[in-house]
Write a protein that binds this ligand. Structure first.
Ligand code: NAD
Length: 316
């Protein structure tokens, strides 16, 4: 049974902790947060407020880092140097050279590291990637991706609103779509970005040009309470594939509409494709655990692709 420790019991840990607890072949043994009250709702897991002490006493096999972005590298390096495998929330770092530093440390210490780029595991996006590669609906002509919402509420020490510590909309939010593009379609030839940035809001729109198609991507932290929504609409020669309002639909050129998946009604009954309701956070954690258990390379999230993403973001 692999022993797991998690550091940073804030917002996103609420997606990781239940996933760890639901797995039968690992033990989430310890949590660490400098605010003890954050851990109170998990009385059956040991609590630490000192990270070094947790590593020393628990000697976990895997560390899950759910800390604010600017702390990722420091904490990952500490664990990797002790021979602990590391799963780290995105972005691994705001700086390209630090991505390489973390991966080098993992290689030198013969352990694995994975940045938790959850969209690579999100069923609707996995489905889209497969369609882009299968050519089932002909060639891709264009795509649009969007990730819109209001400026996040208060995070610990307000770190999320501090550009040096979070990178704001490009590194915190838009990174999900860019990371998917690099993973699914490779490195774009050219990126042109537009940004409306104010102290209380940030909106970004980017056009990524590839050889035969282009993708537009929007991301926002609006000052108004705009509800969060993520979506895509990809135009193939023979169909439009759209993920909108949590429903994945294929509008075929021949007039047929396929309701592949809807969060409210589940799988479309007459659809050629069906997609089960997934939990991408659980799937990415499962994938990393399997890589560790079977000593397989973490091929789904490589250092090269992460470095490319951070390099492209630094130009925005
Ligand atoms: N994959 C996703 O969809 C997704 C969504 C949200 C956040 N994230 C990422 O998750 C990370 C955390 O974001 P969040 O929203 O959970 O932040 P948060 O501020 O809600 O939580 C961070 C926690 O870390 C704790 N902490 C701070 N310094 C510490 C230290 N030195 N030792 C131990 N604990 C410490 C804080 O007390 C807080 O509870 C970020 O990198 C963010 O980009 C990913």
């Amino acid at each position: 049974m692999l022993k797991i420790a998690l550091v940073g019991v804030g917002g996103i840990s609420g997606a990781h902790i239940p996933a760890w607890l639901a797995m039968g072949d690992v033990e989430l043994a310890a949590l660490c947060d400098i605010r003890p009250q954050q851990m109170e709702k998990y009385p059956n897991i040991r609590h630490y407020t000192d990270f070094d002490q947790m590593l020393e006493q628990e000697k976990p096999d895997i560390l899950d880092i759910c800390l604010p972005t600017f702390l990722h590298v420091e904490f990952a390096l500490k664990a990797l140097k002790r021979g602990i495998h590391v799963l780290c929330e995105k972005p691994l770092s705001l700086h390209e050279e630090e991505v390489a530093q973390v991966y080098d440390a993992a290689a030198q210490n013969n352990v694995k590291v994975m940045a938790a780029q959850v969209i690579r595991f999100w069923p609707e996006y996995v489905f889209l990637k497969d369609l882009c590669h299968s050519g089932h609906y002909g060639r891709l002509l264009s795509g649009s991706m969007s990730r819109l919402g209001a400026i996040p509420g208060k995070t610990w020490d307000n770190w999320m609103h501090d550009e040096k510590r979070s990178g704001l909309v490009p590194y915190d939010l838009h990174i999900h779509d860019l990371d998917f593009l690099v993973y699914a379609l490779g490195t774009p030839k050219k990126a042109t970005s537009y940004r409306a940035k104010r102290p209380d809001q940030d909106y970004l729109s980017v056009v990524y040009e590839y050889e035969d198609f282009f993708i537009t991507a929007d991301a926002s932290w609006f000052a108004s309470p705009y509800p969060f929504r993520m979506s895509f609409r990809f135009q193939f020669e023979e169909a439009i594939v759209a993920y909108e309002d949590e429903a994945l639909t294929i509008y075929e050129r021949n007039g047929k509409t396929q309701n592949v998946f809807s969060a409210t009604s589940g799988c479309g009954n007459e659809a050629e494709y069906t997609l089960p309701k997934g939990n991408a956070f659980a799937d990415e954690i499962r994938y990393f655990v399997d890589c560790v258990k079977q000593n397989k390379p973490v091929e789904q999230v490589t250092a090269d692709s992460l470095e490319t993403v951070i390099r492209l973001l630094s130009a925005i």
